[in-house]
Structure formats: C-alpha cells, structure tokens
Design a protein around this ligand. Structure first.
Ligand SMILES: NC(=O)C1=CN([C@@H]2O[C@H](COP(=O)(O)OP(=O)(O)OC[C@H]3O[C@@H](n4cnc5c(N)ncnc54)[C@H](OP(=O)(O)O)[C@@H]3O)[C@@H](O)[C@H]2O)C=CC1
Ligand SMILES: Nc1nc(=O)c2c([nH]1)NC[C@@H]1CN(c3ccc(C(=O)N[C@@H](CCC(=O)O)C(=O)O)cc3)C=[N+]21
Length: 295
C-alpha cells in the first residue's frame, strides 16, 4: 500500500514556520504582513474558502481584510478597489477569489493587481517570470504540490512527471515548477490520446482535471508518487462527499505515495497563500523571503 502524504500535517508545519517569521518581522522590523481577499457574489464554496483563509491569516499573526462585494459589482468599481489596495502600504497581498461572475473579465481584473502583491501568482508578469525561471510570486496550489514532492524525494532531477490538466491556475504552473526542478514533463489534457498509457510513464503523476475519480489504479506506474489536486463534491449512498480526480481506492494499491482528498493538496494551498503573503511583505521591504517557503 502507498504511503499517504499528510497534507494537513504538512500545512500545519508550513503555517508554524510562517508564524515564526511573522513574529520576527514584527519584532525586528515593525512590519505586520497583511492580506486582502476580495469576493464578488455569493458562491457557497468560495464563502467557505474565504472564511478559512481569513481565519488562518489571523492565526499566523498577519492582518486580514475581507471585501465582500455584491454580485452586480461593475468592473470599474472592482478595479477602483484594487487600485486603493495597490497603493495601501499595509496591504502586502491581494487575492481576488475565482471564479468571478460572468460579466467581469477575470484577466483584466487580475492584471490590474500590482504584480508584487499578486499572492495567487496569476498576474501576467508573474506567469512570465515563472516561465523564464526568474523570481516571482508562484501560484499556491502548484507551490504546495512542489513542497510535498521535494520533501518526499529530495531531488526531483530526471524524474518523469505527467501533469493531467492545462489550466492557467494549476496545470501549466505545475508543469513549469516541475521543469524548473529538472523533471521531464508531459502535460496531458482532454485531447491527449492514450491517456492511461501516458500516465503509466509517470514517476510523478499530478491530477488536476476536475473529473471525480477519473484516474484509476491501472493508470499508475507501480511505486509512482500521485498528487491529487481535484476537489469534487459528489453524492455517495445519498450523502455528499468530497473526492479527488484519482480513484483513491485502486490507486493507493499501486502508488508508492499518494495525497488523499480531503487532507492533501487543499490545506497546502492555503498554507502557501500565507507563505506568499509573507514573501510579498519581505520583498516590499527589501528583505529576502525565507528560503523553503518559496519555489
Ligand atoms: N486543491 C486545491 O487547492 C485546488 C483544487 N482545484 C481542483 O483541481 C481540479 C482542476 O482545476 P482547474 O485546473 O481549475 O480546472 P479546469 O477545468 O480549468 O481545467 C481542467 C483541465 O483538465 C482537462 N481535462 C478535462 N477533462 C479531461 C479528460 N477527460 N481527460 C484529460 N484531461 C481532461 C482539461 O483539458 P482541456 O484544456 O483540453 O479542456 C483542462 O485542461 C478541480 O477539481 C478543482 O476543483 C483547483 C484549484 C485549487
Ligand atoms: N483566486 C483564487 N485562488 C485560489 O487559490 C482559489 C480560488 N481563487 N478559487 C477556488 C480554488 C480552490 N481552492 C481551494 C483551497 C483550499 C481547499 C481546501 O482546503 N480543501 C480541503 C477541504 C475543504 C472542504 O471540505 O471543502 C481539503 O482538501 O482538505 C480546496 C480548494 C483555492 N482556489
């Protein structure tokens, strides 16, 4: 049976490390890192995440602001708020919760955030910096996956990595980070032929598809490390349950290590958001960001 990678415990360690650095920043430099989260409309899943982010931000000693805006908020009003936060020196990180309502252009909104405060790493400047191997803000979910992989394997150099999914928020940045660590990277997607065969080549298999339990045990190379990014709410025996993009029951029998859902990648995403806010606060004040909490 595969070793289960405990993302919840790992995330708690990351948060403790962030909290220690925050305490030192306050004591030695008088700086308190601050994160502003913007939520437009009332998506129930987003509500849960935003509340959880706010709570954990305060727990590590940072300032937290939540801006809840009505669903009919105009692009101009949202961007005016972002402008204010961009020029507020107490705000080191700005996150606009996605998805946005249809009448708002997410690219336009995200690119109006000061790239140095873009703790999601979605701004076009950060995407370009990551792609060219320069210092940037790195998307939280892929960063969390990378931290777990480095912890497990030490050096990823030369390993064969397959990322299933090519979204801008998970699949593509994940592939860039694995490439940066010298993996041989394949990006698979809905048009990939023989997906099962492609997956079976992976020493590291990252699933970011959004299809409940699509990746089965016989797609997994024996001993491979499986990272399941998927968060799918389905009904089983009449009860709502959370499952990943990997069929855990069959994959755990074949893999060498696997992340569960829940308790795997999800908690690491929020821990990395706090790490990125700390990184942004350090850099805004001309200080180095703590190694180990960045890519
Ligand atoms: N744990 C966490 O912190 C986070 C979890 N998530 C979860 O991760 C999953 C992926 O999210 P996200 O990247 O935003 O999703 P998107 O819907 O943006 O992208 C899904 C990707 O999967 C590909 N895909 C869809 N169906 C198939 C298929 N049958 N075979 C192969 N590839 C397929 C799509 O291919 P194509 O491009 O060809 O359409 C696309 O590239 C979701 O379950 C989401 O909830 C997301 C963010 C954070
Ligand atoms: N601008 C932006 N940045 C994001 O990073 C972002 C976003 N928008 N929109 C939505 C997705 C999704 N996402 C998750 C965060 C935490 C868990 C998480 O903590 N999951 C728990 C379970 C939580 C539950 O029970 O619902 C777990 O997997 O154990 C999951 C998913 C961040 N996202």
């Amino acid at each position: 049976m595969a070793r289960v990678i405990d993302g919840k415990a790992f995330a708690a360690r990351v948060r403790a490390e962030v909290a220690a650095h925050v305490a030192r920043l306050k004591a030695e430099h008088g700086i308190t890192p601050g994160l502003a989260v913007l939520l437009v409309g009332e998506d129930p899943a987003s509500e849960v995440y935003v509340r959880s982010k706010g709570k954990q931000t305060l727990e590590v000693g940072m300032n937290s602001w939540e801006h809840r805006l009505p669903v009919e908020t105009s692009e101009a009003d949202l961007m005016a708020l972002i402008d204010r936060l961009n020029s507020d020196p107490a705000v080191h990180g700005i996150l606009v919760q996605l998805p946005l309502p249809d009448h708002l252009n997410a690219d336009l909104v995200i690119n109006s955030i000061d790239a140095a405060k873009d703790v999601d790493g979605f701004h076009i400047s950060n995407v370009g910096l990551l792609g060219t191997g320069q210092k940037s803000m790195v998307p939280c979910t892929p960063l969390g996956c990378l931290m777990m992989l480095r912890d497990l394997h030490g050096n990823l150099s030369g390993m064969s990595a397959v990322v299933v999914g090519r979204s801008n928020i998970v699949g593509k940045p994940m592939a860039q980070l694995l490439l940066g660590d010298s993996c041989t990277v394949t990006i698979a997607h809905s048009r990939t032929r023989d997906l099962a065969e492609v997956c079976r080549r992976a020493d590291i298999l990252v699933a970011a598809v959004g299809r409940p339990e699509m990746i089965r045990g016989d797609w997994v190379k024996p001993g491979a490390t499986v990272i399941d990014v998927g968060i799918n709410r389905i009904e089983r025996n009449g009860k709502p349950v959370l499952v990943g993009d990997v069929d855990y029951a069959s994959a755990a029998g074949v893999a060498g290590a696997i992340t569960p859902v829940p308790g795997g990648v999800g908690p690491m995403t929020i821990a990395c958001l706090l790490a990125n806010t700390l990184t942004a606060a350090c850099r805004a004040n001309g200080l180095d960001a703590p190694a180990g909490l960045t890519a």
